[in-house]
Write a protein that binds this ligand. Structure first.
Ligand SMILES: Nc1ncnc2c1ncn2[C@@H]1O[C@H](COP(=O)(O)OP(=O)(O)O)[C@@H](O)[C@H]1O
Ligand SMILES: [Mg+2]
Length: 281
């Protein structure tokens, strides 16, 4: 499997991406379909390009994406597509332009997040155009980086493969025919299975916390169930205890939503027990 850059390269890439991104004259992009994203040779400016979307073309040149097959899920903030490269199927998460999406997850998540450039930090705070671009890139880079971090700490997550602009390529969680694994929230599980899914979800949560992070949106809506394994997804809002004074409150909220969402599966999920398990892990 091709895995993109080590930590240092990622930081380099981040700077390069940002420069490229800033210099592009962009149209606003909201939800896009596969047919809008792939290149139609008859009207493409570059008939050799596979995609209309510049991020996808770069990913394709680098060998991370050969084909976009179909949409998996379109949301307000991001769309996830099924794609393929020479290693097999991949999932491609593409963010909706920040200017057309809501700021659902914002200031308190980002508090204390390292930006490293005072001017940029100011621009982001002021919500200027350059600030929005920076904000957007950071958001996606952050998801990629956090996925690698959590993977390195044993949390069951899709492997992060590559990131470019506001598109992220990751391991596809699903079968070989391209059917994506369901979210636990989509299932009505049998008692034993639900219990096992909860056990694994608590273990993943303990590993996340043990690695110094809070997921920030942890519930059965962001946990896939694949071949008896709970796979955690959706990381742009992950925060770090070290930097974010609100982390503790977000963790409490994660525990609450995890328990509530598992109670719907018939599991006797008790917040205090989860907290105890995390502490003793
Ligand atoms: N790696 C993946 N493999 C298969 N399906 C995925 C993968 N990542 C995301 N999905 C699907 O796409 C949906 C949206 O992805 P998610 O990262 O949760 O974004 P958001 O909730 O912000 O739209 C998920 O609920 C899941 O159904
Ligand atoms: Mg989600």
């Amino acid at each position: 499997m091709k895995i993109a850059p080590n930590k240092l390269d990622v930081e380099d890439l981040e700077v390069q991406n940002f420069v490229k991104f800033k210099s592009k004259k962009r149209k606003l992009t909201g939800k896009q379909s596969v047919s809008q994203l792939i290149s139609h040779a008859e009207n493409a400016s570059n008939p050799n390009a596979k995609f209309e979307n510049p991020d996808l073309n770069i990913l394709s040149k680098l060998g991370f994406l050969d084909e976009l097959i179909c949409g998996i899920k379109t949301g307000k903030e991001a769309s996830v597509f099924l794609g393929r490269n020479s290693d097999g199927l991949v999932a491609v998460k593409m963010y909706t332009d920040l200017r057309v999406r809501s700021f659902r997850r914002d200031a308190s998540y980002r508090e204390g997040r390292f930006i490293g450039d005072a001017r940029m930090e100011k621009a982001i705070k002021q919500g200027s155009e350059a600030g929005l671009d920076a904000h957007q890139i950071l958001w996606v880079q952050e998801e990629f980086r956090q996925m690698q971090h959590l993977d390195g700490h044993g949390v069951v997550v899709p492997k992060a493969i590559a990131v470019q602009g506001i598109s992220l390529v990751m391991e596809f969680i699903g079968d070989e025919h391209g059917n994506p694994a369901p979210r636990i929230s989509d299932l009505k599980m049998e008692r034993d299975e639900a219990q096992e899914a909860f056990r694994q979800s608590v273990r993943n949560l303990a590993l996340i916390v043990g690695s110094g992070r809070v997921h920030g949106d942890y519930s059965t809506f962001n946990i896939l169930w694949h071949n008896g394994k709970a796979v955690v997804i959706d990381f742009p809002q992950v925060l770090e205890f070290k930097h974010n004074p609100n982390a503790r409150a977000f963790l409490e909220r994660d525990i609450r939503s995890l328990c509530k969402s598992f109670q719907k599966q018939g599991v006797q999920a008790v917040e205090a027990n989860v907290l105890r398990e995390i502490r003793t892990a």
